[in-house]
Ligand binder design. Structure first.
Ligand code: AP5
Length: 212
């Protein structure tokens, strides 16, 4: 079985974009804690109601809630996963090892990028509400305005937390939590870095090389 992959990086650094290619080209399963939480909001579940305001503001949901959701939605005996958006802090990194990954082989890939360019990427992101394809009005616009290239759906949405104020909070949270997480994986010899400011295709080539 291929090693489990842990994608680390700032909001907008391209984790979701690259995860989609790793799934389609290399057969990984994708688990995004952000997507799991957004599904709960869409279902209007109790959990969804609890986290909605927190996520819209760009703050982190509590560790216990996210870990429970993650555990309930992945089964490492069924294949190799891409963990996207988890861990966000050192406690989550340790919990991922102890409670989810255990002794299974894994690699962490850090999407290294200057944070100053990310607000522009994020406020211009649109996501297909039908198939999940990710677009960008500046860098990867759909061929026909408002229509998904992949599934022809007309439901291209902007995430509630992709506004200037929430983006500022999200980037601030990232800056204050990432260093111990990187040190943790570095000390284990499990950290790879990719230059995430390159084009999406170039980043994918680098990611593929680190996965080999
Ligand atoms: P989450 O859903 O994980 O969002 P995020 O970390 O803020 O990351 P994004 O999805 O915004 O960025 P991405 O790196 O996937 O970028 P993408 O590929 O889409 O979390 C959302 C919220 O949920 C959190 O704020 C928190 O409240 C909660 N949460 C989630 N996990 C949690 C946890 N573990 N603990 C606690 N709370 C948690 O790309 C972005 C844009 O850039 C797109 O438009 C794309 O087309 C474009 N783009 C991508 N690559 C390139 C490129 N190379 N060149 C040009 N444009 C590019």
């Amino acid at each position: 079985m291929k090693a489990q992959l842990i994608l680390l990086g700032a909001p907008g650094s391209g984790k979701g974009t690259q995860a989609a290619r790793l799934v389609s080209d290399l057969g990984y399963k994708h688990i995004s804690t952000g997507d799991l939480l957004r599904n709960e909001i869409a279902k209007e579940s109790e959990l969804g109601k609890k986290v909605q305001g927190i996520m819209t503001r760009g703050e982190l949901v509590d560790d216990t809630t996210v870990l429970e959701l993650l555990n309930a939605n992945c089964d490492l005996t069924s294949g190799s996963y891409i963990f996207d958006g988890f861990p966000r802090n050192l406690d989550q990194a340790k919990a991922l090892d102890l409670e989810v990954i255990k002794d299974v082989a894994h690699k962490a890939i850090y999407f290294d990028i200057d944070l100053d360019i990310l607000a522009e990427r994020l406020v211009n992101r649109r996501t297909c509400g039908d198939c999940g394809e990710i677009y960008n009005l500046l860098f990867k616009a759909p061929k026909a305005k408002g229509v998904c290239d992949k599934c022809s759906g007309t439901n291209l949405n902007q995430r509630k937390d992709d506004n200037e104020e929430s983006v500022k909070t999200r980037l601030g949270v990232f800056k204050s939590t990432i260093d111990p997480v990187l040190s943790y994986y570095e000390e284990k010899g499990a950290l790879k870095r990719v230059k995430a400011s390159a084009t999406s295709a170039e980043v994918f080539e680098e990611v593929k090389n680190t996965v080999k």
